[in-house]
Structures are given as structure tokens and as C-alpha cells.
Design a binder for this molecule. Structure first.
Ligand code: ADP
Ligand code: MG
Length: 251
């Protein structure tokens, strides 16, 4: 079994992962491996099982069989909140931000609790939180929007805010499901820039259809088809692969 992979420590190892919904295998004996500091993009036709893979990794859906190892921890045995604790942040297709709170408050409530480094010194904690909120707001292009309520943000800014709400928790693996859907061209370019900037010390797993965007960010691309890996490799290798053109890119 996977002897070739034993020499290396991957951040995330998915092996033989399967989930059946009433006998239909949405993910079927899937294996793939994500490196530290890697941006991996999963592409593939609608219904290929892409979102389900993220659901399985974050514990929203339970696997029928197979394994998901993250820093040596078996995730298939953990609950969703334990998987967040283990260092995985996941963004869904629709942003889950609080519309009536300001950008600052949205980021503030996402700041991880229970980090006791500041002890009972509320003042120090408040200062640390504020600095971190400002730092993250800067990263997600919202430094000048901190006092604005989230409902007044553009669609793209809402997506960035949600990425910020995950970043403030400093996850080792950030998972994003179609982050640039509905964004303008300039917002897509900025999002690519954002992802390329934030991967120091973490990995990102992204599902996307926008090939220009994929090209801008992917270190490696995994093409999913019928719950299985159809092809995997550099964007260039994948884009010229006849099987990939036939089932996905040709459409
Ligand atoms: P993708 O994100 O690649 O478009 P999905 O992972 O959303 O695909 O879905 C893969 C397949 O699994 C689809 O046929 C979908 O209808 C099915 N599916 C996904 N989630 C469930 C579920 N909770 N129950 C039943 N079928 C599901
Ligand atoms: Mg999907």
C-alpha cells in the first residue's frame, strides 16, 4: 500500500475514501495527497463529488470507508468542531457572515477563544484581538471597511470577509468552495493574489471552475470525475490531457 508515499509527510492524506448516498458512490475510493504550503485546486464537472470531498474532510459528511489523515490525525473519527480545532477551516459556497455586524465585529467574533496566553488581562487580550483583526482586514482588502456593516459590502468583499474570518483562526489547511464565483475580473485577480500571499505556513484546497483563476493559483490540480481522480498534475499537464478535455474542459 502507498509505499511511495511513506517517505514523505503530507499535510493531508486522503486514502481509499468512499461515501455512498443510498448506494450511489458520490466519492469512490478516492486518494490524493496535499503538501505543506501547497495550493491544490480540485476541478471537474458538476456532480463530480468535489463539494462532497470537502464535506468529508471537514466532518460534515461521514465517510462510508477510507481514511483522511491530517498531521497524523485520523479525521474520519472526529466531530466537526474537533476538525476545526485540529486546524482546518472551510468556506462554503454561500458566505456565512453576519450581515448586521460590522466587518470589525465579524472578524472579532471569529477570533479563536480559549487562547489563554493573555490570561485574565482583558486589556492585553483586547489589544491583541484588535491588532489581529486589523492585520487580517488588511490581508483581505477590507482595512478601510472595518466600521461598515457587512450587508453593505459588495459580493466579492463578502467573500473576502469570510476568508478573513477563517484566516483569523490561523488554520493549517484552508478549504474554499468556488470562492470567485460571481466575482468581477478585478476581484478574481485580487483573490488570486490573496491566496498566493496567505499560504506561508499553511495549505489551501480550492474548488474552482474559472480556469484563468486556477492557472493563477494552483501548484497542482486534481481533476475529479464520478468521485474518482481522472487526472492530477500541473495545470499545463492537466489542461492538455485528452481525458480531461473530453469530460470537462471541452464543454
Ligand atoms: P460537485 O461539487 O462536484 O458539483 P457534489 O459533491 O455536490 O458535486 O455532488 C456529487 C454527487 O453526490 C451529486 O450527484 C449529488 O447529487 C450527490 N450528493 C451530494 N451530497 C449528497 C447528499 N447529502 N445526499 C445525497 N446525494 C448527495
Ligand atoms: Mg460543488
Amino acid at each position: 500500500m502507498q509505499i511511495g508515499h511513506l517517505q514523505k509527510d503530507f499535510l493531508l492524506s486522503v486514502e481509499g475514501l468512499t461515501v455512498s448516498f443510498d448506494g450511489f458512490k458520490a466519492v469512490n475510493n478516492l486518494s490524493f495527497y496535499v503538501d505543506e504550503d501547497e495550493i491544490r485546486v480540485i476541478i471537474g464537472p458538476n456532480g463530480a463529488g468535489k463539494t462532497t470531498v470537502l464535506d468529508l474532510i471537514c466532518g460534515k459528511t461521514k465517510a462510508s470507508s477510507g481514511s483522511i489523515q491530517f498531521r497524523g490525525k485520523e479525521l474520519t473519527k472526529l466531530k466537526e468542531n474537533q476538525i476545526v480545532q485540529a486546524g482546518i477551516g472551510r468556506k462554503f459556497q454561500t458566505p456565512s457572515i453576519y450581515d448586521d455586524l460590522t466587518v470589525f465585529e465579524n472578524l472579532e467574533i471569529s477570533y479563536p477563544r480559549g487562547r489563554s496566553v493573555f490570561g485574565a488581562l482583558t486589556f492585553n487580550r483586547d489589544k491583541a484581538v484588535r491588532e489581529r483583526v486589523e492585520e487580517v482586514a488588511e490581508m483581505v482588502f477590507l482595512a478601510d471597511r472595518l466600521a461598515m456593516t457587512a450587508d453593505l459590502l459588495s459580493h466579492g468583499q463578502k467573500q473576502w470577509l469570510e476568508i478573513g474570518m477563517l484566516l483569523i483562526q490561523d488554520p493549517d489547511l484552508l478549504m474554499l468552495d468556488e470562492p470567485v464565483a460571481g466575482m468581477s475580473v478585478s476581484e478574481r485577480v485580487k483573490t488570486a493574489e490573496l491566496l498566493n500571499r496567505i499560504i506561508k505556513g499553511r495549505s489551501v484546497l480550492v474548488i474552482e471552475h474559472d480556469m484563468k483563476f486556477v492557472e493563477d493559483i494552483a501548484h497542482k490540480v486534481t481533476v475529479l470525475h464520478q468521485g474518482q481522480v481522472l487526472a492530477e498534475g500541473s495545470m499545463n499537464a492537466v489542461k492538455t490531457n485528452p481525458k480531461v478535455i473530453e469530460v470537462y474542459l471541452g464543454h
